[in-house]
Design a protein around this ligand. Structure first.
Ligand SMILES: NC(=O)c1ccc[n+]([C@@H]2O[C@H](COP(=O)([O-])OP(=O)(O)OC[C@H]3O[C@@H](n4cnc5c(N)ncnc54)[C@H](O)[C@@H]3O)[C@@H](O)[C@H]2O)c1
Ligand SMILES: O=C(O)[C@H](O)COP(=O)(O)O
Length: 393
């Protein structure tokens, strides 16, 4: 049996993937083999002994102590792209709300609830509508910072709306680059993007390199009166600098998914309560993908969509499988195969891959591993953990 502890509301479709003959899943699980969570801020103390994996049903992993997980040999997964459409649709909503005073117009109409005469109502509406005049998106420029799963979808939708789209992503992967529409104009640096964009939308992960990316110096490069959209993470924007930017008119409007004290009731700020991925579809996509990745890892040792381990997949044809995680130190694999040779155990198949400081091995053996073998491999200095995967695990 595997124990999976959940945090946050994980969609039932995802939880239903776990076969109850093999898995105990719930918020009250103690001694978990794996954690399944959304935005729960996981403390290092919550990385209990024996924990093998954490699946983030979502994109951002800034709530998971990834470095501490790597040190302990804990595999961290996320679900790339599974909620991207949901965020894209909210960003489009934000673009439109920042351009047309729909919100102000609706509030005004609501204030007329006591007017019962239709002629009078129409007179008021026609006299006041000039207060809610907007502008069109067609022909305006949108700067997209980060062209991954969400950024590339936002870029495509903006092009469809007739916008000029400028993109900046110096770390773009080859796979992601294939998804970026050819019409997106590539910017070599952020100031060039800021200087040309009427709207700027952020789609980068929160990392030391992106925290405070939108600071006072960055805001100086913006076109006066531009609209800034932040559906990525709050700390990417320096709140004090933004407040100044709003005050001096450099920023015309700020629309974001992360409420921050001091800006909540600002006239030109619209904030939603972290709703980017809160659609039934996105919640299901993320939960299913996270559950499937966890089960595949627990049962076969294979790894897809980890943020700290390499992708590893080995078809199991025969034998007994062990999974070994080690620090990425030269000679470790040789030491492991020596331990096997000393015991006259034949290796049927093997895969060894590394990522940064971590290496991961799946080794299929011709003989059943006993505790002596596991102890001998565990005793190698650089080995972090060893797991035996039985054929029906
Ligand atoms: N509001 C929400 O509910 C919500 C939902 C999903 C994701 N998010 C946030 O959006 C972020 C992006 O999600 P995604 O699914 O598009 O991720 P992704 O990994 O597909 O894309 C992120 C892109 O940012 C790029 N990048 C990294 N550092 C950069 C930098 N310094 N400058 C420019 N580009 C940089 C990467 O190369 C990558 O292409 C997530 O990390 C998460 O924080 C928020
Ligand atoms: O990074 C993400 O995927 C989003 O911020 C979604 O967070 P949530 O799962 O808590 O809605």
């Amino acid at each position: 049996m595997y124990n999976v502890r959940t945090y946050n509301a994980i969609a039932a479709t995802g939880l239903d993937r776990f076969n109850t003959d093999k898995y105990s899943v719930g918020a009250d699980i103690t001694s978990p083999d794996a954690l399944l969570l959304r935005s729960h801020k996981l403390a290092v103390d919550e990385l209990s002994d024996g924990l093998l994996a954490i699946a983030r049903a979502g994109a951002g992993v800034n709530n998971v102590p990834v470095e501490a997980c790597s040190d302990r040999g804990i595999v961290v997964f996320n679900t790339p792209g599974a909620n991207a459409n949901s965020v894209k649709e909210l960003v489009l909503t934000a673009l439109l709300l920042a351009s047309r005073d729909v919100y102000g117009g609706i509030s005004y109409v609501r204030s007329l609830a006591s007017v019962t005469d239709e002629v009078e109502l129409n007179k008021l509406v026609e006299a006041e509508k000039k207060r809610f005049k907007g502008r069109e998106l067609i022909g305006k420029s949108l700067g997209v910072v980060g062209l991954g799963a969400i950024g590339s979808m936002v870029a495509r939708a903006a092009l469809d709306l007739g916008m000029r789209v400028l993109g900046y992503d110096p770390a773009l992967s080859v796979d992601a680059a294939w998804r970026v529409p050819a019409e997106v104009e590539r910017m070599e640096n952020l100031p060039s993007l800021f200087a040309q964009a009427d709207y700027v939308t952020l789609h980068v992960p929160l990392l030391p390199a992106t925290e405070g990316m939108i600071n006072a110096a960055a805001l100086e490069a913006f076109k006066p009166g531009s609209v800034l959209l932040n559906f990525a993470r709050q700390p990417i924007v320096d709140t004090q600098a933004l407040a100044k930017g709003l005050e001096n008119g450099q920023i015309g409007r700020y629309v974001a998914d992360f409420p921050v004290p001091g800006l909540i009731d600002h006239d030109r700020v619209m904030l939603t309560p972290h709703l980017g991925a809160s659609t039934a579809e996105a919640e299901e996509n993320c939960a299913v993908m996270a559950a499937d990745q966890l089960m595949r890892f627990l049962e076969t040792g294979s790894i897809t969509n980890s943020v700290n381990f390499p992708p590893v997949s080995l078809e199991r044809v025969d034998g007994y499988r062990i999974a070994v995680t080690n620090r990425n130190v030269t000679g470790t694999l040789g030491k492991m195969t020596s331990v096997l040779a000393e015991r006259d155990i034949n290796v049927i198949d093997l895969i060894n891959k590394s990522r940064d400081d971590v290496a991961y091995n799946l080794i299929d053996l011709a003989a059943q591993p006993d505790q002596g073998l596991i102890n001998a491999i565990s005793a190698i200095d650089s080995v972090i953990n060893v797991r035996v995967l039985t054929a029906d695990s």
